[in-house]
Design a protein around this ligand. Sequence first.
Ligand code: CS2
Length: 481
Amino acid sequence: MRLSVAALPAIPAAARPRIGRGDLRTGIVHLGLGAFHRAHQALYTEDAGDPAFGVCGVTMRSMAAAELLSAQDLLYSVLERDGARGEHASIRVCGMLTDAVGPENGIARIADPGVRVVTMTVTESGYRHDPATGRLSAKDPDVAADLAGRPPLTPVGRLVAGLRARRAAGAGPVTVICCDNLAGGGRLLGGLVTEFCELARDEALLSWIRDGNVAFPSAMVDRIVPAPTDADRADAARLLGVEDRAALATEPFRQWVIEDAFAARRPPWERAGAVITPDVEPYETMKLRLLNGVHSVLAYLGALAGLGTIAGAMARPELAEAGRRYLGLDAGPTLVPPPGVDLDGYRERLLSRLSNPALRHPIAQVAADGTHKLPQRLLPVIRDRLARGAEPRWAALGVAAWMRYVSAARADDGTPLTVMDPLAGRLRMPDAPPGEVVDRLLGLAEVFGEDLPSDRTLRALLLDWLTRLTADGALATAREP
Ligand code: CS2
């Protein structure tokens, strides 16, 4: 039997959805119906317990998730894998989706007066911005085509179309929350929407937004959610007693900190443990520089060493040590802890989350889209340390490992690696010597800005690390710092 409303009586009572289906109305449109949303914001919203905030999930790239979910009455299960308890996993079925649709139908739902919140997880590169400046990427052909007036394909173009429809329908104010790993994501997204409207000469929408009808709070989102696998579906079937083709696995930990800047009614997310605060920045900075930063360091070194998962990289003492040094010596000193947070405790907990052996988080997933991730994670740490006259050695090792990964596109044992990045074609230079690789990659202004390419300390660090990575490989380089 497959998971569906009719199958719910057959699954363990503790795993059943927490809000009655009959009570649920659509109050949120979510753009980007991937695993992260389903294991994070959807569960927070279900746990908040307000039936006025069911979620209309909108797929942005392929219809696969919408079809899969629609075939099982929009139900899916989430496994929590806790390495500290062996292979044990607990499971629950989330029942918060009220729809799973493609962009054409989804965008129109933003104009529904019952909708008060739009959330977005479209990955860092989905915003189609220049990561160094935060401006809309004018060279991007999809952005240009959206601006020229075709049915929009970019997430920002689609969001603008939805807001335009909402204004026209007189459906009232709405809050748009960027739930991707971007510093100041609310400001960034608000800026991109404004820029898009300006370029499209949509004065009416611009003034509607300026009049306070749309708020763009920033948020820090945290939960490690690997791409779902057959093993996850098999475990879900075993624990539920019915088949769930949309099952996902995640870790027990979750965190959500949202800036208290809403334009309309919102779900009582604090009931589910979310923090609503006037200042989200210290949380974002801490999470991006510590968790995401060390993730990237481990992913590029681990990929070069031929390893498959983040926990696998953490199991190599030399890589775990490089990660610790990055956290303790480079990232840590740049942070101001958020109120009540003990940074040492946060760091130790983080290291144990990354070592969770039950969560097979693929390195390839973390290594993807480095040109959009490094500017959020490692480069701000490097800038801060350089400004204080310090040498950011471990952050530079992470960047050098990225340089080796994208330029050689093979592991240290020669195995080819698939580099996923919007700029992949420009990054590949398998036969170039380290000095040339450093100069050409550092010269990418959209990644490294105008300041870093001319920094001599950084260039020397990168050249030293890249020369050693090329000659000795990642493990030996990390072993003899
Ligand atoms: C990861 C993140 O894929 C990546 O680059 O660093 O997705 C990470 O797992 C999440 O941000 C955890 O909250």
